[in-house]
Write a protein that binds this ligand. Structure first.
Ligand SMILES: *Cc1c(COP(=O)(O)O)cnc(C)c1O
Length: 377
């Protein structure tokens, strides 16, 4: 027993994240460069959208690979019936090699320890396995120093493993005006050329994340790794092609309570939001435990009946209040926390800017307590 209690599917609660799988298919089709393969990065439960459903839609949209951060994420995709190649974006954690290999996950390697642990297992579990090797060209998170790449590939061959992919990760692709991406790609090109000269011919050379896919065609090589843009979200400002993408997630709830509150009264914990006029306050059944971040207190805006209303006072764990002034609002009215209503829109980028983060963190942060509903399948 782990002590964890599985949540039941929400039946009574109107707070739902709706995922448009047609948007995922569309975005993959738009982003994938011709003649280049696409990996759908579905780590962190598909950036909060639901990894298995997104993976299926992405494969339908033209992706051929899936990418995950954890062995557990890869195995969960296998449990869900996905048969496509799945790349682990970091090394298998010690002890997970056997299960990862049995699950058919493709390992990434960049340390001698990682190679040794994998080599021992691969021989008995999956001799046909062909790992990808990661080179650190300037992100300085994980990966081999460029000058160690070819010696590493040689040792890998001696250990009985043939490299199938050679890859790197870009630190600044979302800022195309800054030259460091070119520096990273030049370092990477040198490694690829040295590897080829030494007799290594990996099928996959890959470097591009979403931003690089959009802004740096020279980074496409054999495969692009699509994350945030596949979900229809912007990896940075003013990237080419952003207008063609469709956000896949919208997040809605419904008004649970409406009341008239008199001038001079204050709303929520801490009494930071005091009314200088009588006002209609709507209470919504969503809070920071759902990922509607507490930092949105007095910063967030929601849509009701096609109009924008501010969060009144502190966001609480399960509920939030909004100030509707003298407008007519009723219990049960649909509330858009993220998405479109009428001609208004609250984007993940808006939510991110209100609390000083990036859209990635907004969608990853929509917690498990929020049911995912799928449309467009
Ligand atoms: C998360 C991740 C990606 C996808 O990045 P986006 O910016 O979301 O496109 C690609 N490659 C690696 C190694 C990653 O960790």
């Amino acid at each position: 027993m782990t002590g964890a209690v599985a949540l039941r599917t929400t039946r009574y609660r109107p707070t739902v994240a709706t995922i448009d799988l047609e948007a995922i298919r569309h975005n993959v089709a738009v982003l994938k460069p011709p003649g280049v393969e696409a990996m759908a990065v579905v780590k962190a439960n598909g950036y909060g959208h639901g990894a298995a459903a997104v993976a299926r839609a992405a494969l339908e949209g033209g992706a051929t690979w899936l990418g995950v951060a954890l062995v557990e994420e890869g195995l969960a995709l296998r449990d869900a019936g996905l048969a496509a190649p799945i790349l682990m974006l970091t090394e298998f954690p010690p002890g997970s090699e056997e299960e990862g290999l049995r699950g058919g996950l493709t390992p990434t390697l960049y340390t001698n320890g990682g190679m040794a642990r994998l080599g021992e297992r691969a021989f008995s579990v999956r001799p046909s396995i062909r790992p990808h090797v990661k080179v650190d060209t300037g992100m300085h998170r994980v990966g081999l120093p460029p000058e160690e790449a070819v010696p590493f590939l040689r040792r890998l061959r001696v250990a009985g493993l043939e490299v199938d992919g050679l890859w790197t990760h870009l630190a600044l692709a979302e800022e195309p005006d800054r030259p460091f991406t070119q520096t990273q790609l030049a370092r990477f090109d040198r490694v690829v050329a040295e590897a080829r000269a030494a007799g290594f011919h990996p099928r996959y050379v890959h470097a591009a994340n979403s931003a690089a896919t959009m802004a740096h065609p020279r980074s496409h090589y054999d495969m692009v790794r699509l994350g945030v843009a596949m979900y229809g979200l912007s990896p940075g400002r003013d990237l080419p092609g952003m207008d063609e993408l469709r956000p896949a997630m919208s997040w809605t709830t419904a008004v649970s309570t409406v009341k008239r509150v008199g001038a001079g009264e204050a709303i929520s914990y801490g009494q930071h939001y005091r009314l200088d006029r009588d006002s209609t306050i709507a209470t919504l059944p969503v809070g920071y435990a759902d990922g509607y971040r507490r930092a949105l207190s007095e910063r967030g805006t929601v849509l009701i009946r096609g109009r924008r209303y501010p969060v009144a006072g502190t966001v609480t764990m399960d509920q939030v209040m909004v100030d509707c002034g003298d407008d007519p609002v009723e219990e049960g009215d649909e509330v858009v926390l993220m998405g479109r209503q009428g001609d208004q829109r609250v984007s993940a980028e808006d939510l991110a800017s209100w609390i000083g983060t990036i859209p990635y963190e907004v969608v990853c942060g929509v917690s498990e307590r929020v049911s995912r509903k799928y449309v467009g399948s």
